[in-house]
Design a protein around this ligand. Structure first.
Ligand SMILES: [Zn+2]
Length: 280
């Protein structure tokens, strides 16, 4: 297992040391260490789930403190279970971090060649983290069953190609989400996967006609299909529904629950940061 829990200040952060060594800060949060009250206890980072906004902003402050990134250098998209992917840059810094209204509208994948941090929010959906060494870019995508069925991971890789990079050089990490142990879906959902995949080994039919769906494997297959190398895909294999002490889960807890964040930030050196502030 190449993933590691890191204690950073009061928070626990799931990270990939291999990415860190490349100057990429990749993190996934837990529900522990925040100020939100039941049922959002306690590190709820989602502003859209009915929690007290003051508590959410304090929780976001704690996250940004451990990441050592200011509010003005974070970009958040409005996630809509779609497949739209967008490039963002320095000029988008601050969008969506303090208020839903300023988020990049209707986008489930964000990419950047800048050193702004990208933040997306999750309860059971799959976070996909991207690092493209050949064009020095990073990205994040929100892949629930809809995004997975419609291959949002390939959408991200198409943006990479348009920017002159190659999927063979891409690194991808598949973070915690509801796992194949817990994710029961019905025939309608299964049918959408069959419509988009030539093979569906990630659907396990149950006696009652439902299916256990392995979103990690479905996403891994879409990445391999587009040319990502097997050895460049890390799958954390942690189930959000299975670990109530660590994770919120929409399937387990219902609508009124919190959100973890998936975070990625291509680090600037201190010298870079000074140079950039000088040119503004
Ligand atoms: Zn599970």
């Amino acid at each position: 297992m190449s993933w590691k829990w890191q204690k950073r200040g009061s928070l626990n952060v799931l990270t990939l040391p291999k990415w860190e060594a490349e100057g990429i800060d990749l993190g996934f949060s837990t529900r522990v260490g925040g100020v939100s009250q039941v049922p959002y206890d306690s590190l709820n980072l989602g502003l859209h789930v009915g929690d007290d906004a003051t508590a959410v902003l304090e929780n976001r402050q704690r996250w940004l403190d451990q990441a050592e990134v200011p509010w003005s250098r974070v970009v958040v998209g409005e996630q809509v279970h779609g497949t739209k992917v967008l490039w963002v840059g320095e000029e988008d810094g601050g969008r969506g971090i303090r208020a839903l209204e300023t988020a990049i509208p209707a986008v489930d994948g964000l990419l950047t060649r800048s050193t702004v941090g990208l933040m997306a929010f999750f309860a059971d959906c799959v976070p996909l983290f991207f690092y493209f060494p050949d064009i020095k870019a990073v990205g994040i995508a929100h892949a629930g069953w809809k995004g997975t069925a419609h291959k949002i991971g390939q959408g991200v890789l198409e943006c990479l190609e348009q920017a002159g990079g190659r999927p063979e050089n891409a690194w991808v990490a598949i973070g915690p989400s509801i796992g194949p142990c817990c994710y029961l879906v019905d025939e309608n959902v299964a049918a959408q996967f069959r419509a988009n995949f030539s093979q569906t080994p990630f659907l396990a039919k149950q006696e009652d006609g439902h299916y256990l769906l392995n979103l990690w494997e479905a996403n891994r297959m879409t990445l391999l299909e587009k040319g990502v190398r097997q050895e460049n895909i890390d799958v954390v294999e942690a189930c959000t529904a299975h670990n109530p002490e660590w994770f919120f889960s929409h399937r387990r807890d219902g609508v009124r629950t919190g959100r973890m964040t998936a975070w990625i930030n291509r680090r600037s050196t201190r010298l870079d940061a000074r140079g950039m502030s000088g040119t503004r």
